[in-house]
Design a protein around this ligand. Sequence first.
Ligand code: NAP
Ligand code: FE
Length: 364
Amino acid sequence: MEFIYSMPTKVYFGKDVILKNKEVFSSIGRKALIVTGRNSAKRNGSYNDVVKALSDSRIDYILFDEVEENPSLETIEKGSIIGKDNNVDFVIGIGGGSPMDASKAIAVFIKNPEVKKDNIFSQKQLKSIPVIAIATTSGTGSEVTQYSIVTSNKEKTKKNLGQSVFPVAAFLDSKYTFDLPYEITVNTAIDAFTHLVEGYLNTNSNYMSEIYGEKGFELFKYCFKKLINKELDSNFRNKVMLASTLAGIQIAQTGTSLPHGMGYPLTYFKGLPHGLANGVLTIEYLKSFKDKSKINRMLNLLGMNLEELEDIFNKLINVNIEITEEEIINYSKSFVSNKSKLKNHTEKVELEDIIQIYKKSLLK
Ligand code: NAP
Ligand code: FE
């Protein structure tokens, strides 16, 4: 038994945690750049709570509310210029994974003025100004991970920024998710579930990371039932938010693997939301394992067999995209040329295995 375990983010979970802990903001900085998407943060109460906490603590702030889904480096550079021009000393990311990931990247760009969208991927490890993350989907787990997934239009793909930016604090209050539409609730919950799966069945998985994965599967046993029955009550919202954060803590240790890496082109070229892009590949990925012993441990915690899990995915996910065999071959070649996700998979896979997972998932 040998492992390194680090989770430096301080997590505040529960009802009204922002206003109950507003001193956290003044302990981190004097002027904040608030980073959000275009609408949801202002509608779900999270932005108002942050502004109240900052005003009560006499902290100045400026808002950048232009983050799109799957944030581009162009948007990140724009936000960072606003932050630099206004001399902010910390960043508050509010939203789903897109604004939270953008806030991490912006915090790196602000700290390192020589870094631009065209040279970020050739940098060694960089420091950032502090980030506070407030999750409003359940979710990506980005509030407790070091990853920032960005869209590079130059490379025509989504990829990790390559820097390690753990938020210093994460606020998790499920009330912000109460009005999340059913479809986004499903897509983001599937993302959280795929984090649990890919983190658990991962080369880097260890005793500590598995604790989070296994608790997450127990929570999903309940969450799947509620999702299928469309019973999105506060109990469900709390549990799925917790499961998503546990999944984030797990992938911060392990990384993700095949479905995440293979899903990126489905988002970039076909516009599939992130959770669906992974989710549509998950069942065939699970079936592709030669050794199913750990999958059986996972299924045991979920209280179901693989056919029952497949049935749940079929009920929750409905993906209808036009895709050709040629596109599948191109995505597969590009995927196997990047060893970072392949090395996280516990079994040896060849190009043909990847092609088959895509084909069986998408050409039904
Ligand atoms: P998202 O792209 O952040 O948001 C999707 C949609 O949901 C947006 O239209 C957003 O509206 C809306 N929304 C967010 N919160 C809402 C709420 N409480 N009520 C109503 N609508 C709400 O979605 P996401 O799935 O959370 O994040 C996906 C991104 O995270 C991808 O880029 C993915 O690659 C990345 N990701 C990162 C990690 C990590 O560890 N860093 C892990 C997995 C995925 P607004 O635009 O108006 O806010
Ligand atoms: Fe994800």
